[in-house]
Design a protein around this ligand. Structure first.
Ligand code: MN
Length: 407
C-alpha cells in the first residue's frame, strides 16, 4: 500500500487503497463539489487540481461526478494516480492541507445524476426464499432464472442519497384472504441490501457490452437500499413485476468506490449448474464475483451479514444481459445487484426473508421485536472488501429513517 503523509492509520478503512468519490458542501461553502474520502477527512479535489495545474481540473471541478464518469477508464486511472500522488508526496502538502475538511463537518449529496435505474434479482438464495414465500405451491425458481439475470427497470428520479428520510408509502394492498383491496399506508415496509454499479462510459444504441468490456464502462460501486413495500408489491406484481411497491424511494451511499479500489476483491462466482448462453458464459473471463462483506443494522442492532460473493450472477453478466438487445448505456446509469442473501438465516438481505414474512420476528437490542419496519426505524447498510496488504477497505454506508406516511 502507498503510505500517506497524512495522519491516517495504515489500516484505516478509508486509506489510500480506497479513495472513493463523493459530492459535498460545507456551511462556509455551500457550492457542491467533488470530494475524495481520505481517513476522517474529505479532500476537495477540484481545488487541488486548480492549485496544481492538473490536466483534469475541468472534470474534477464539476458539481457532480458525471463529467469524470463520462471521461472513461484511461482518465479514471490517471486521475486516481494523480490523487494518490497528492496524498503521498509531501511536495503537494501545501496544496492539499488547506483543502481538507473533517468529514463530520460536511454534508454529502447524491454524487451523480442518475440516468436509468435497473434492479436485478441475482441471489439464488434470495430468489428461492421469495419464491417459497410468494408462491408456496410452486417451484421457487422460475424456469428462466438460471438462464438469464432477471431484472426490471426502476425509477431513477426517486434514487436518493443516504440520510434522506423515507416516508412510508401508501397504496393498494390485498392479502389473499381479503375479499377486496384496501388503500392505506404499507403495513409491510421492508429493506433490500444491495450493491449498485454506476456506469461511466456510454454506448451507442444498437451495440452490446460483452463480458470483457465491463471494466471499460463501469466507473464504480455503491451500496443500495431498495426499500420495498411487500403488501403493495404482492398485490401488484403479476404479471409485469415490481412497480409502486418499489418506486417510492431507493437509497444509495454517498461514496462511489472506484473499481480500481476493488482490485483485491474479485473472486470466482459460485459454480453455475446450468450452462449459460455464450454471451453470459464467463468461464474464460476474469473472475466476476466480488468478495464484499455486507452488514445490516436496524436501529444500531446488527440483523444480518450478507456475503456478496455468493451472488449467482455477476455485475459483468448483468451488464452484458442489459445491453444484449442493443439498449444503449448513458453516463449515470445505475444498476443494482438485487437483494444479497447468503445461505444462512443471519445472511439474508431483507426482513421478509429474515422474519419469513413476519412469522419469526427479529429481536432488537432494546428487547423490541420487528416483523417489518416501524415509523422511526433507521436502517444502515455497510460493507467492507479486501484491500491492499491484507487490510480491508470500506464502502460508503447507506442509511435511512422511516417517517410517517404523507399520503
Ligand atoms: Mn431489489
Amino acid at each position: 500500500m502507498t503510505s500517506t503523509w497524512l495522519p491516517v492509520a495504515a489500516d484505516h478503512p478509508f486509506g489510500t487503497g480506497n479513495l472513493p468519490y463523493g459530492v459535498f458542501t460545507t456551511t462556509e461553502d455551500p457550492s457542491p463539489r467533488i470530494g475524495v474520502a481520505i481517513g476522517d477527512h474529505i479532500l476537495d479535489v477540484g481545488a487541488v487540481a486548480q492549485a496544481t495545474g492538473s490536466d483534469h481540473t475541468t472534470v474534477l471541478s464539476a458539481a457532480n461526478l458525471n463529467p469524470l464518469m463520462a471521461a472513461g477508464r484511461p482518465v479514471w486511472t490517471t486521475v486516481r494516480a494523480e490523487i494518490t500522488a497528492w496524498l503521498t508526496d509531501t511536495a503537494y502538502r501545501p496544496h492539499v492541507q488547506p483543502n481538507l475538511t473533517p468529514r463530520q463537518d460536511a454534508a454529502l449529496h447524491l454524487p451523480f445524476t442518475v440516468a436509468d435505474y435497473v434492479d436485478f434479482y441475482a441471489s439464488e438464495h434470495h430468489a428461492r426464499n421469495i419464491g417459497r414465500i410468494f408462491r408456496p405451491d410452486g417451484e421457487p425458481l422460475t424456469p428462466n432464472w438460471k438462464h438469464l439475470p432477471i431484472g426490471y427497470h426502476g425509477r431513477s428520479g426517486t434514487v436518493v442519497v443516504s440520510g434522506t428520510a423515507i416516508a412510508r408509502p401508501s397504496g393498494q394492498r390485498k392479502a389473499p384472504t381479503d375479499a377486496a383491496p384496501t388503500y392505506g399506508p404499507s403495513l409491510r415496509l421492508d429493506i433490500e441490501a444491495e450493491v449498485g454499479f454506476v456506469v461511466g462510459t456510454p454506448t451507442t444504441l444498437g451495440t452490446q457490452v460483452p463480458l470483457g468490456a465491463f471494466r471499460d464502462h463501469v466507473f464504480g460501486v455503491c451500496l443500495v437500499n431498495d426499500w420495498s413495500a411487500r403488501d403493495i408489491q404482492a398485490w401488484e406484481y403479476v404479471p409485469l413485476g415490481p412497480f409502486l411497491g418499489k418506486s417510492f424511494a431507493t437509497s444509495v451511499s454517498p461514496w462511489i468506490t472506484p473499481l480500481d479500489a476493488l482490485a483485491h476483491a474479485w473472486t470466482e462466482p459460485p459454480p453455475r449448474d446450468v450452462e449459460p448462453l455464450p454471451y453470459l458464459d464467463d468461464r474464460t473471463t476474469e473472475p466476476g464475483g466480488l468478495d464484499l462483506a455486507i452488514e445490516i443494522a436496524l436501529n444500531g442492532h446488527t440483523v444480518s451479514r450478507p456475503p456478496f460473493r455468493t451472488m449467482y450472477w455477476t455485475a459483468a453478466q448483468q451488464l452484458a444481459h442489459m445491453t444484449v438487445n442493443g439498449a444503449s448505456l448513458r453516463t449515470g446509469d445505475l444498476y443494482a445487484s438485487g437483494t444479497v442473501s447468503g445461505p444462512d438465516v443471519d445472511q439474508r438481505g431483507a426482513l421478509i426473508e429474515i422474519t419469513w414474512n413476519g412469522r419469526d420476528p427479529v429481536k432488537l437490542s432494546d428487547g423490541s421485536t420487528r416483523a417489518y419496519l416501524d415509523d422511526g426505524d433507521e436502517v444502515t447498510v455497510t460493507a467492507t472488501a479486501p484491500g491492499p496488504d491484507n487490510t480491508r477497505i470500506a464502502l460508503g454506508e447507506v442509511t435511512g429513517r422511516i417517517v410517517p406516511t404523507r399520503g
